[in-house]
Design a protein around this ligand. Sequence first.
Ligand code: FES
Ligand code: MG
Length: 573
Amino acid sequence: MSTERKLRSSDWFGKQDKMSFVHRSWFRNQGYPDDYFMNRPIIGICNTWSELTPCNGHLREIAEVVKRGVLEAGGVPFEFPVTSLGETVMRPTTMLFRNLTSMDVEETIRANPIDGVVLLTGCDKTTPSTIMGACSVDLPTIVIPGGAMLNGHFRGECIGSGTFNWMIKEKQGLENYTMQDIQEVETGVARSQGHCMTMGTASTMACMSEALGLTLPGAAAIPAVDARKKLLAQLSGRRIVEMVKEDLKLSRILTRNAFENAIVINAAIGGSTNFIIHLLAIAGRIGVPLSLDDFDTTGSRIPLLVNLKPSGKFLMEDFYYAGGLPVVIREMQPYLKPDVITVNGKSLCDNCTVSPCYNTEVIATLQAPLQSEAGVAVLRGNLCQQGAVIKPAAASAHLLKHRGRAVVFECIEDYIAQIDDPELDIDEHCVIVLKGVGPVGYPGMPEVGNVDLPMKLLKKGVKDMVRISDGRMSGTAGGTVVLHISPESAVGGALAFVHNGDMIELDVAARRLHLDITEEELAARKAGWQPPLPMAIRGYVKFYIDHVQQAHLGADLDILRGGSGAEVVRDLH
Ligand code: FES
Ligand code: MG
């Protein structure tokens, strides 16, 4: 069962000296036999399971199945926990901790006798954080996305997790929802284990993993509770052992072409805007040059094929039954770079040559797409010199070119205090400007960009308004929302200098976001500006604030970009 090549782990276990005795001996307290330490590939199963991350609550079960596969292929599985990030509870935002988890993953892999890695992921940040950490070590690595929950159901209607949240204010205010109604929705929308079943960030990240070539084909859309999720786990366990033997490292899979393919696929599935920030951070770790503009040049004129909420009609379970991501990859072949390899050693397109579509209402064809141009638009202008993003497919057509009066909120508390004040001077033509929600300012760049509209306008029947901020938006949300303004207001980006009553121009076709004041006036406002007090003076948050990069660079910490490989020079005694 042992491999020919001398494995990384044999440097711990394969010697005859005192330290190898120590390394082996303590593992023996689990009852492992001699041959476990005889140059068999050691597979680290990196588990983001946590009861505080309900989306990943089933991953210990999945890990047991992965172990079966690893053992069958002659490897030795060791499961280890890493910091988990539960999107729905962690304050002030899981995004503050994405980089922290990535450090945990990186250091745990490097410091231990591991030859190959399985990443068990699910909820939004648990995917990019673990991939980022693994990239900085660059061992053979395979991703198993935890899978989405079953479709939500409520009073005869199919409802999507996340997406429904954004209607609660309307439902309570306009349809007088009671607590009992709300409790019924709560249970109806969370019917099984798994992550959000809309094309929100978690599903987007699962699809990103598959499109980058980091999963076995077809992995992304399998629901969490479908038996085929376990089948995938077992086969992935077998495959990672082979990948170690082939020395198929992350850097061989994650080439520039793989990133471009992922951008194309993300546009075709109508993926979350959070994809941008996470993909930029992953590219930074593996050392592939990728810029914000690549998302516009490569990913903005791509047909939309997948009809999933929040902008479409269906949910992940429907996507799986329609054939899942392999159908999209097969359809999108003319747009994809062929010379990439995936974890199974074949190219993305070769994996999907026979991938029939079982429901063209859910996955459209290239000949008859849902929209001819999807993806994201990257905006520039005096309000966002390093860029900002908008997802035109999720916006209202009549607002894509708009000039409106700014109604400014200096921070989220200011917004909460004022938005429903009947005296607030605002109408549907105004532009809602929210400051202080960027990486440094909040801190952590939360998903608050799609702020609710004022109740008085909702009651009037207003459905959408232009909203701009330095924050992010949940992948399950929609609207004419300009996000990721860089540089952010807290570090002196022009957003900080917008005043109530200023006119703002948005022109998505021209890729322009402009604050209509003179350069002299802008300079004068800048000269009189005082930066806000830092949000922390100690601990991880202080470290984060001191090192986090702006959104257009992926909001990774500056000292974490790149990798340090897998080597550790010194032993512990
Ligand atoms: Fe975990 Fe949506 S809250 S995926
Ligand atoms: Mg989310």
